[in-house]
Design a protein around this ligand. Sequence first.
Ligand SMILES: *[C@@H]1O[C@H](CO)[C@@H](O)[C@H](O)[C@H]1NC(C)=O
Ligand SMILES: *[C@@H]1O[C@H](CO)[C@@H](O)[C@H](O)[C@H]1NC(C)=O
Ligand SMILES: *[C@@H]1O[C@H](CO)[C@@H](O)[C@H](O)[C@H]1NC(C)=O
Ligand SMILES: *[C@@H]1O[C@H](CO)[C@@H](O)[C@H](O)[C@H]1NC(C)=O
Ligand SMILES: *[C@@H]1O[C@H](CO)[C@@H](O)[C@H](O)[C@H]1NC(C)=O
Length: 505
Amino acid sequence: MARLTSFLLLLPLLCFVPLCLCDKSYGGKLFPGFYAHSCPQVNEIVRSVVANAVARETRMAASLLRLHFHDCFVQGCDGSLLLASSGRIVSEKNSNPNSRSARGFDVVDQIKAELEKQCPGTVSCADVLTLAARDSSVLTGGPSWVVPLGRRDSRSASLSGSNNNIPAPNNTFQTILSKFNRQGLDVTDLVALSGSHTIGFSRCTSFRQRLYNQSGNGRPDMTLEQSFAANLRQRCPRSGGDQILSVLDIISAAKFDNSYFKNLIENMGLLNSDQVLFSSNEKSRELVKKYAEDQGEFFEQFAESMIKMGNISPLTANNNSIESQTMRNLRIISSHFSRVFKSIETHPSSFQLFSIQSRSYSSPATQSENVSKIVNELSNLTLLETMDLTEILRQKLDISELPVMAAMMPGMSFPGSGAGKSAGGEGKEKKKEAKTAFDVMLQAYEAVSKIKVIKEVRTITDLGLKEAKDLVEKAPTLLKKGVSKEEAEKIIEKLKAVGAKVAME
Ligand SMILES: *[C@@H]1O[C@H](CO)[C@@H](O)[C@H](O)[C@H]1NC(C)=O
Ligand SMILES: *[C@@H]1O[C@H](CO)[C@@H](O)[C@H](O)[C@H]1NC(C)=O
Ligand SMILES: *[C@@H]1O[C@H](CO)[C@@H](O)[C@H](O)[C@H]1NC(C)=O
Ligand SMILES: *[C@@H]1O[C@H](CO)[C@@H](O)[C@H](O)[C@H]1NC(C)=O
Ligand SMILES: *[C@@H]1O[C@H](CO)[C@@H](O)[C@H](O)[C@H]1NC(C)=O
């Protein structure tokens, strides 16, 4: 019975899982308010770190935009680009498009560290990349937009995806367009998103071919404006100097504006992949002209296409991952037990798990070994283990809050104070083991006694008012770990006196 009661204590926690799930996944769709409850300050945190980084070095804005782009084009916007090589993972950082040119990882780390301080384990790195890209646009004078959120981070990377999916600077227009099409992006997205080359730099190695030997006949790219080409040749030698940088937008390299498109019309796009937008295709040429004439049109389309790119097959809570399968199972379990729990609340005297169970659910003819194993293991858990299980599940499922016990507290009435008694019973069982260190659990308290309980908890734990309040509201929760029996009993006595239920293990 003692064991069973600790199992029961887990149930109310599970009951709230479906709520959290609704809040979280929204049918697998991304939406701006995804962190509204779990990390309402996410936008500010990302913006302030990006703002500092861009203030230190303007180029960082372009680097961060590029990271997001290179993430999204490889198995979707899932943060896979950030993974280092280990075990089965071969990092995308070593691919041709990224090696020696992808940068800004330190800024992403800083953002993540700041988020971990304020909302631990909540915001995905894929979302961080998406927000940082938007902020990079805004901070350099470009458009803003509302970023849909809720991406999950991948645990796998694809080096070949990175090599094959991301357009190369010397790709033809058709190749580039088909790489965009493969991601569900069209020619309008291609032209608008290329407009991000209004800021940033490119390396000599990315445009050398145009300067000296465009198509293998030893001649430069003739679409390149002559004096511009001569100028570039001075900076970027025929061999060596791969890492030497040139600005992508010769008119206003640090400002997000539409001068990139004006350059293309003058045949002064830096990369082959820039210039082909004007020289190779009628539709894209018209778009280049339109954006060169009207910055407003460009900004509007850029924002729209960035959102579209950010939505490329994101991993969400809905994808058939281990997490979502666990979530589905918990939903089934908890919806069943929430009925049981309500029933306990309204009929405290008829508390009998098995009779209630049999009313709503008849035993299967053959019981799966795996099921009975789990049931056995669950019912064997001690109270502390049960709390640990809940905490681990919470972390695994990325549920940042379980606003549970507070809601349950006022009417809470385990018959005969089941919880408290059970722990007492356990104490007796364990006497033989001559235990010397005990953990004290705050299990529940009368709502009216809350203030007194907090006060008592403060003196017991040396916590500040807010911390003590938070702790008390988390009940059932661990109060003190590894204290002597004597001290544990003292604490229990004190808290009992102010109307709390406490147990030691
Ligand atoms: C494009 O550049 C890469 C790397 O510099 C090179 O290996 C490849 O042959 C080039 N492709 C064309 C079509 O010139
Ligand atoms: C130009 O490139 C081709 C192969 O792409 C090579 O065979 C040729 O030697 C190069 N010419 C010069 C002048 O570098
Ligand atoms: C995950 O699910 C979403 C929505 O159901 C879908 O749009 C997306 O493509 C899926 N992602 C992957 C990697 O399967
Ligand atoms: C029990 O689970 C194991 C994997 O953990 C699986 O291989 C086995 O088939 C399952 N047994 C039954 C009866 O479903
Ligand atoms: C649970 O406890 C019972 C009785 O104490 C024991 O027979 C059983 O083997 C335990 N089950 C597990 C999975 O530890």
